[in-house]
Ligand binder design. Sequence first.
Ligand code: S3P
Length: 177
Amino acid sequence: MERDAVNFDGNIFLIGFMGCGKSTVSKRLCRYYGMDFIEMDEQIEREEGMTISEIFEKKGETYFRERETDLLKRLQKRNHLVVSCGGGTPMRECNVLEMKKHGKIILLSAAPSTVYERVRHSHNRPLLEGNMNVEYIAFLMEKRNASYEAAADITVETDHRTAGEIAEEIMEYIMNI
Ligand code: S3P
């Protein structure tokens, strides 16, 4: 399908719980609309020369959270980006303020059972290691939902939908800002 060029100069931040499809949808947005892609976890892994699990294990969660905040600040200098955030990124108020300075925040939502199906074989999500079950996912999601919703400009449901459908809904919103 031929798609209009994006006349939005800011950055698009995809937030949401682990396994909500942030990376997949971000890549699709970039492919459809010619924007640049940043996956925060991957970028931090590259910069630190370690996987997320290793960073948590060797340097601790607080260190990882500092790296997230630092990366968001550096991204302010760029535009036309689609940024796939880590699931915990919007839990820090200062991160939300950074994102809002120069971008729109899109929350992807999914049911705990959908998340479980998507992440159950992953071993690079330290917060779910040893807690890989629907009950724990529902518990953590519930704890985070108010912060996710407060940060978001819009919420897009992902259950039973394709990445293409989700990307088009996001762009319809962006094009009409
Ligand atoms: C986290 C989510 C992960 C990663 C880290 C912490 C979280 O990112 O940043 O394991 O606190 O929810 P994804 O949402 O991309 O899995």
